[in-house]
Design a protein around this ligand. Structure first.
Ligand SMILES: Nc1ncnc2c1ncn2[C@@H]1O[C@H](COP(=O)(O)OP(=O)(O)OP(=O)(O)O)[C@@H](O)[C@H]1O
Ligand SMILES: [Mg+2]
Ligand SMILES: [Zn+2]
Length: 286
């Protein structure tokens, strides 16, 4: 049964995706229909790749579910859908109900959908080049059957290019969380993100500075490979709320590689505690 659902909904090279204006309206409507019973949509964005966006998106979802909210986590990054692996769900598949796809479950109250659940091999990503990508992603979003949710956390593809832009445009009532790293060079990325948000008319929850300093596991000294505080300064300059800093923690890499949710397995670590505070701020930010 599950395999059948996968065959039917799995995108393939031979499938054609609509790109005309009326088709796009139809796709956007399907996206909005799919998300209509969700109270809060939080989109995690970054100006560039590799800053910890997927880690943070999954941690926020786990953190919200720990607080007994009904939470969804949606990974629409075609290039590198990393959430299944990070949460130990790489063997999970989507179910089906009423002709739509149903999410995988991680915890009580946490449902997860990843475009990675549809990709059968890494090579599949290659097929998805070109302007059809955003349409394919929207089609994917439109075909998910969510239960009523308090929060949906959406992990967008990295950057502020056409693809994340067109997805964000299809979900105009989402609020954005920006992830950045502390070095000066990242700060122009925050600027880019803020203008992205303004272009799409999303409201901004705030900025998170990730990989901000590290406590040496050998001598306990603080090291700042990427400096620290840049994200906060930038947020302040741009009049954007600052949500907090996450230090670098080797346990994050281990947790992500082993598919163990960091906030559950390393709840006592500094970054996990910082994430808890960020989750609280997000809840209060409504
Ligand atoms: N604070 C941190 N300390 C240590 N490692 C981290 C931290 N945050 C993220 N990482 C690690 O950095 C790597 C990249 O993180 P992640 O995949 O979340 O980034 P991303 O922004 O989603 O990347 P992409 O642009 O490829 O989608 C992962 O291996 C993750 O475990
Ligand atoms: Mg990612
Ligand atoms: Zn040391």
């Amino acid at each position: 049964m599950k395999n059948k659902a996968r065959e039917r909904t799995s995108p393939s090279a031979s499938q054609s995706y609509p790109t005309g204006a009326s088709d796009l309206n139809q796709l956007n409507r399907a996206v909005q229909r799919s998300l209509q019973h969700i109270k809060h949509k939080i989109m995690v964005i970054s100006g560039k790749g590799g800053v910890g966006k997927s880690f943070i998106a999954s941690s926020l979802a786990v953190g919200l579910a720990k607080r007994r909210f009904k939470v969804g986590l949606m990974d629409v990054d075609l290039h590198g859908p990393s959430i299944p692996k990070m949460l130990g769900l790489d063997r999970a598949r989507l179910g089906s109900k009423e002709g739509l796809m149903t999410p995988a479950k991680l915890l009580d109250g946490l449902s997860i959908v990843s475009i990675g659940f549809l990709l059968q091999s890494e090579n599949d990503a290659i097929i998805w080049r070109g302007p059809l990508k955003s349409s394919a992603i929207k089609q994917f979003i439109g075909q998910v059957k969510w239960e009523e949710l308090d929060y949906l956390v959406i992990d967008l593809p990295p950057g502020t290019g056409d693809e994340p832009l067109s997805i964000a445009q299809a979900i105009p009532d989402a609020r954005a969380v920006i992830v950045t790293t502390p070095q000066e060079i990242s700060l122009s990325d925050v600027r880019k993100c803020i203008s992205f948000i303004r272009r799409v008319n999303l409201s901004l929850v705030g900025v998170i500075e990730n990989m901000s300093g590290l406590t040496c596991p050998h001598c306990g000294k603080r090291i700042e490979p990427f400096k620290s505080g840049g994200g906060e300064r930038m947020a302040r300059e741009m009049g954007a709320p600052f949500l907090g800093r996450l230090p670098m923690d080797p346990a994050i890499v281990t947790a992500c590689d082993e598919g163990k949710p960091y906030s559950l397995f390393y709840a006592q670590n500094l970054a996990a505690r910082a994430l808890e505070k960020i989750v609280e701020k997000i809840i209060k930010s409504e």
